[in-house]
Ligand binder design. Sequence first.
Ligand code: ADP
Length: 175
Amino acid sequence: MTQYAMEVVQGDITKMQVDAIVNAANTTLLGGGGVDGAIHRAAGPRLLEECKTLNGCPTGQAKITGGYNLPARHVIHTVGPVWHGGGQGEDELLVGCYRHSLRLAQEHGLETIAFPSISTGAYRFPLERACRIAVAEARTFLAAQDQVKKVYFVCFSEDNAAVYRKILQEAQSFG
Ligand code: ADP
C-alpha cells in the first residue's frame, strides 16, 4: 500500500493541485526567500494577512492557513532547522516538521499533501540525510492511519528529484 502513497515530482510546488502544500517557512511566518517567497507570490497578499494573525511558529512545529490564489486548498507552514553540523537536534527537529505537518493534514480531513525539500536550501541541511528523514516519516505516518492518502515530494531541481527517487526505492525494497 505505502509504495503507491508516496511520489516524487520534479517541478514547482505552487502548481500542485493537492489539499495542502507545505511551506518551508521561517519562525516569523511573515515570508522569506526560496520556496516561501514563491508560495506567498503565488497565493497573493491575503496569505500574509492570515499569517500575521498566527504569532509565528517554533522550529519543528507547523501551522495551517488557507491557500488563497493557489490551486492547493491549504498551506501548512512548517519551520525547518538551520543545519549547524548535526549536533543541535537538527534531525529531531526535521522529523517534527514532517510529523506535525502530516498530523495537521489528518486533523483537517485532508487526503493529499505536497512537501518541498524542507531545510535543504538556505538552511543547508544535507540533502540525502533530509530526504531519508522525509521518506521514513511519511512512510510510518501513512502506514498508521487512513485519512492522508498521498504524499508528494516536490523537488525544484532534477538532481534533487533523483536523490528522492533513489531513497524512495531503497525504502520500498526493504518492505
Ligand atoms: P529552507 O530555508 O528550509 O532551506 P529553501 O526555500 O531555501 O528552504 O529551500 C528548500 C528547497 O525548496 C530547496 O531544494 C529549493 O530548491 C526548493 N524550492 C525553491 N522554490 C521551490 C518551488 N517553487 N517549488 C518547489 N521547491 C522549491
